[in-house]
Design a protein around this ligand. Structure first.
Ligand SMILES: Cc1ncc(COP(=O)(O)O)c(C=O)c1O
Length: 351
C-alpha cells in the first residue's frame, strides 16, 4: 500500500529549495574553480587509537590552538562542523520560530537565508549599496524583531571588504537588540581586516571562521564561532553532544600547529599571487571588469556572462554563476588552472 510520506514532513521543508552548493550543481571537467576551495592537497596522518570512544564536545587542544591563532582567550571559541553549523546554531539559540527574524545583505552567502528558513525564521533582506557596503540607514529601519544581523567580509561573492567603521556603527545600532555576525570565512587572506579585536568592546559581536578555505580543509568540516563567553555558553546548549569527530580534531590541531600555520601562510601568498595574475590578465580583456577581491576568488563581469559560463562549463571549466548580472565568480586555483581558464576566456571573447 502506498503511503504519502512527504505529507508528514513540515510544510516549510516540503516547500523549500535546498541550498544549491557547488557539489549539488554537479558538472564534469578538469578544472573546478566553483566552490572557493584550495587547490593544495596537504598530507595528514590519521590515528585510529581513540575511535572506540566518543569525542570530546569541544576538544581543549583544538580550542586552544584556534584561540592562539586568532589571538583571543579560549573561552571565546566554539568549534563546529564548518562555519555553516555555526550559522545554524546561532539561529537555533537566538531566534524564536515564526516570531524573531534575521537580517542579511545580498548579494551575499546563501546559507543565512536557507538556515533561517529551515527553522521557520523570517529572513529580511537589506541589499548592499552600489559600492557593496552596508546600507546602515536601511538596516536601521528594518531592525524590528531582528535578533541576528549577518554580514560577510570579505563578502562572498563580491570579494570586497566591509568598512570597519560601518561594522562598528552597526554594532552600536544593534546594542541590546541583536547580535551582529561577521562572517570571516575568507579573512585569512587579509588578516589585517579582521574585526576580532572588537570582541572585547562589543558583547553583541560574533565572528564566523573556517578551516575550509585558506587551510585547504573543506572536506574536514571544521569551523569556529568566536564570541563572548555568554554567547558561547548559549550555543553549547544547542550543539550536538559529539560535534567534532576525533580524526577531525587531530587533523585540525595539526593544521594549526607551528608547521601547519607556516604552510598555510605560504599557500595564502601563492594564491594571492595567482589572484593578481588572473585579475591582471582578465582586466586586459575588452569589456571585462574584475572587481577587487580580498578572498580566494574574484567576481568578474563579462559582456555576456551567461553565454561564457555555459561555454566554460561545456568545456570542463566549472565556475560559479553569480546573482550579479553578467558576473561569474572564479575561485583561485593553482597557476596551471588559472592560466588555462584565462586562455579559454580570452579565446572565447576574441571569437
Ligand atoms: C561566506 C561563507 N561563509 C561560510 C561558508 C561555509 O564554510 P564551512 O565550509 O566552514 O561550512 C562559506 C563556504 O563557502 C562561505 O563562503
Amino acid at each position: 500500500m502506498s503511503q504519502n510520506i512527504e505529507a508528514l514532513a513540515r510544510k516549510t521543508v516540503r516547500e523549500m529549495t535546498p541550498y544549491m552548493s557547488a557539489r549539488r550543481l554537479g558538472g564534469s571537467g578538469d578544472i573546478w574553480l566553483n566552490a572557493n576551495e584550495s587547490p593544495f592537497v596537504n598530507e595528514y596522518a590519521i590515528k585510529s587509537d581513540r575511535l572506540n570512544r566518543y569525542s570530546t564536545c569541544q576538544p581543549d587542544e583544538l580550542i586552544n590552538a584556534y584561540a592562539s591563532y586568532a589571538g583571543i582567550n579560549s573561552q571565546y571559541v566554539l568549534t563546529s562542523r564548518g562555519a555553516d553549523e555555526g550559522i545554524e546554531l546561532l539561529i537555533r539559540a537566538f531566534c524564536e520560530p515564526n516570531k524573531d527574524k534575521i537580517l542579511y545583505c545580498p548579494p551575499t552567502y546563501g546559507m543565512y537565508a536557507i538556515s533561517a528558513q529551515t527553522f521557520d525564521v523570517e529572513a529580511k533582506q537589506v541589499p548592499l549599496t552600489a559600492e557593496w557596503q552596508l546600507d546602515l540607514d536601511a538596516i536601521g529601519q528594518s531592525l524590528d524583531a531582528v535578533k541576528l544581523v549577518f554580514v560577510c567580509s570579505p563578502n562572498n561573492p563580491t570579494g570586497n571588504l566591509l568598512n570597519r567603521a560601518d561594522i562598528e556603527a552597526l554594532l552600536d545600532m544593534t546594542a541590546n537588540r541583536a547580535l551582529v555576525v561577521v562572517d570571516e570565512a575568507y579573512i585569512d587572506f587579509c588578516m589585517d581586516a579582521s574585526v576580532v579585536d572588537l570582541l572585547d568592546k562589543y558583547p553583541n559581536l560574533v565572528i564566523l571562521r573556517t578551516l575550509s578555505k585558506a587551510f585547504a580543509l573543506a572536506g574536514l568540516r571544521c569551523g569556529f564561532t568566536l564570541a563572548n563567553p555568554v554567547v558561547i555558553e548559549l550555543l553549547l546548549k544547542v550543539i550536538a553532544p559529539y560535534p567534532v569527530p576525533v580524526p577531525v580534531a587531530d587533523i585540525a590541531v595539526e593544521a594549526l600547529s607551528e608547521i601547519g600555520l607556516a604552510r598555510a601562510k605560504t599557500q595564502i601568498l601563492d594564491l594571492c599571487a595567482n589572484r593578481a595574475y588572473l585579475q591582471a590578465g582578465l582586466g586586459m580583456l575588452p569589456g571585462v571588469h574584475v572587481f577587487d577581491g580580498y578572498g580566494n576568488y574574484l567576481l568578474v563581469k563579462f559582456p555576456d556572462g551567461e553565454r561564457l559560463f555555459k561555454a566554460l562549463w561545456d568545456n570542463g571549466i566549472i565556475l560559479r554563476r553569480s546573482p550579479v548580472e553578467n558576473c561569474i565568480r572564479i575561485s583561485i586555483g593553482n597557476r596551471d588552472e588559472c592560466e588555462k581558464t584565462l586562455a579559454f576566456i580570452r579565446q572565447q571573447l576574441e571569437q
